[in-house]
Design a protein around this ligand. Structure first.
Ligand SMILES: NC(=O)C1=CN([C@@H]2O[C@H](COP(=O)(O)OP(=O)(O)OC[C@H]3O[C@@H](n4cnc5c(N)ncnc54)[C@H](OP(=O)(O)O)[C@@H]3O)[C@@H](O)[C@H]2O)[C@@H](O)CC1
Ligand SMILES: Nc1ncnc2c1ncn2[C@@H]1O[C@H](COP(=O)(O)OP(=O)(O)OP(=O)(O)O)[C@@H](O)[C@H]1O
Ligand SMILES: [Mg+2]
Length: 378
């Protein structure tokens, strides 16, 4: 029996010494937990207050992501026509991977883009179409095994022409989810990247797209509308290639800044426990609590989300009258902050509902509610 005497927590205890130790250590742990919780509440309140004043000033590391989400998400207006809320294209999807391009493309729609295209290999297309009738799927890419050497030049020309027909209409490309690493296919995608760049179309590069650009940095170097979204492995490869050293976790901000500068000022979103974002000028961090589930495909949701928010940020900045509080921030950075914060909020919500069985599709189902919470549609 435990009797609590007053506030100083002394106990009358009947039982063995071992029982007493166990019980008191449990109480001690509970007390510590409460103290930590109080501390973190105070910290959070303090942090919120700080965010209110500093978040958008460019000096704060952790920006007010909700404010950014509210500012850049377009209103729903009956005068708008189809396409005005964003047209996104994902270049990815091969024999092995059909989930990744689907996750990226459907996430873009679930957040609020009007049209989402997927350019994938011929084998992957019927599979991706069967996941969703909402996606516009182009079975245009080819892998080496299906192309004779003598046909490569003409086929690559046809692929490029097919993508070019659409290029100028897209607000953003996502290149790489489930793309695979076939050399002929990657060669065609290099050409698509060059055309996108010539047309000033923003590009989010993820997954195997990062494998491609890490080996051919010229494809993105110096292009301010390029966003790279590396995971731990992809980041390591980029650091080795660009800075010729190993990842340094002690100086992670400085190293990310140097990496983004080293690739000519592209924006890099380094995914992890906290997401770190830099364009070579500034570093921002998104640490909104996400989910402890690490199922595959969450990076794909992120790349589709960043594509939408980056398009919306550009649209917002081009139409905003005078200086809004975020008008001086690079739209690629705004897109990354918004995409990362929403993805993490949705992951947290999905985990509350599904716990260990949380899957990527559960997180996608929470994207709408999570955005609605921050930024109601009406
Ligand atoms: N459903 C689908 O279609 C999906 C398809 N996807 C597509 O797959 C393609 C390849 O992408 P990727 O992410 O598997 O390749 P990459 O980063 O080289 O990792 C390879 C290996 O590295 C390891 N590893 C990974 N993270 C680590 C970490 N944090 N810390 C330590 N180790 C870590 C881990 O190896 P392991 O633990 O098994 O040794 C992992 O298996 C790409 O196109 C992508 O879009 C995915 O989007 C998922 C959903
Ligand atoms: N340790 C972590 N804690 C919380 N969130 C994390 C953690 N690691 C990654 N994330 C979040 O999960 C998302 C996907 O990151 P991840 O590193 O899993 O990408 P990925 O490996 O490219 O995923 P994919 O399986 O789609 O290829 C990011 O938004 C990131 O913020
Ligand atoms: Mg990935």
């Amino acid at each position: 029996m435990i009797v609590k005497r007053g506030m100083n927590c002394q106990f009358a205890f009947s039982g063995s010494k071992k029982d007493f130790m166990l019980a008191s250590s449990a109480i001690f742990r509970r007390q510590q937990f409460l103290i930590r919780s109080l501390g973190s509440c105070t910290n959070q309140t303090h942090q919120k207050r700080m965010q209110g004043t500093k978040a958008l000033s460019g000096t704060s590391l952790e920006p007010d992501a909700e404010h950014i989400l509210r500012a850049i998400t377009p209103t729903l207006d009956r005068n708008k026509h189809k396409g005005m809320a964003g047209k996104i294209a994902v270049i990815g999807g091969c024999r092995e991977y059909t989930g990744a391009p689907y996750f990226a493309a459907i996430s873009a729609l679930k957040i609020g883009a009007d049209l989402s295209h997927v350019f994938c290999t011929k084998d992957a297309a019927p599979v991706i179409k069967s996941y969703s009738p909402e996606l516009i799927v182009h079975p245009v890419l080819e892998e080496s095994y299906s192309v004779r050497d003598q046909d490569k030049l003409s086929i690559s020309g046809k692929i490029l022409a097919e993508v070019d027909k659409w290029m100028e209409r897209f607000d953003c490309l996502v290149v790489g989810p489930g793309l695979g690493r076939d050399p002929f296919l990657l060669d065609c995608v290099s050409k698509i990247l060059k055309h996108a760049r010539q047309s000033n179309v923003p590009i989010v590069i993820d997954g195997d797209g990062l494998f491609l650009v890490t080996n051919s940095l010229d494809l993105v170097s110096g292009y301010p509308l390029a966003v790279l979204t590396p995971n731990v492995n992809e980041y390591k490869r980029l650091i080795q290639k660009v800075l010729n050293c190993e990842v340094n976790e002690q100086d992670s901000h400085e190293q990310l800044l140097a990496l983004a500068k080293g690739v000519g000022g592209v924006t890099i979103l380094q995914k992890g426990k906290s997401d770190l974002i830099s364009d070579g000028e500034t570093v921002k961090s998104v640490s909104v609590y996400g989910s402890p589930r690490r199922c595959g495909g969450q990076g794909d949701i992120l790349s589709g989300s960043v594509a939408v928010f980056l398009s919306w940020a550009r649209q917002h900045l081009s139409t905003a009258e005078g200086g809004t509080s975020i008008s001086k921030i690079n739209p690629t950075i705004l897109g990354c902050i918004a995409g990362s914060a929403l993805m993490r909020k949705a992951a947290s919500l999905a985990f509350q509902n599904k716990k260990r069985s949380t899957l990527t599709s559960d997180i996608i189902e929470c994207l709408g509610t999570s955005l609605e919470d921050i930024c109601p549609a009406c």
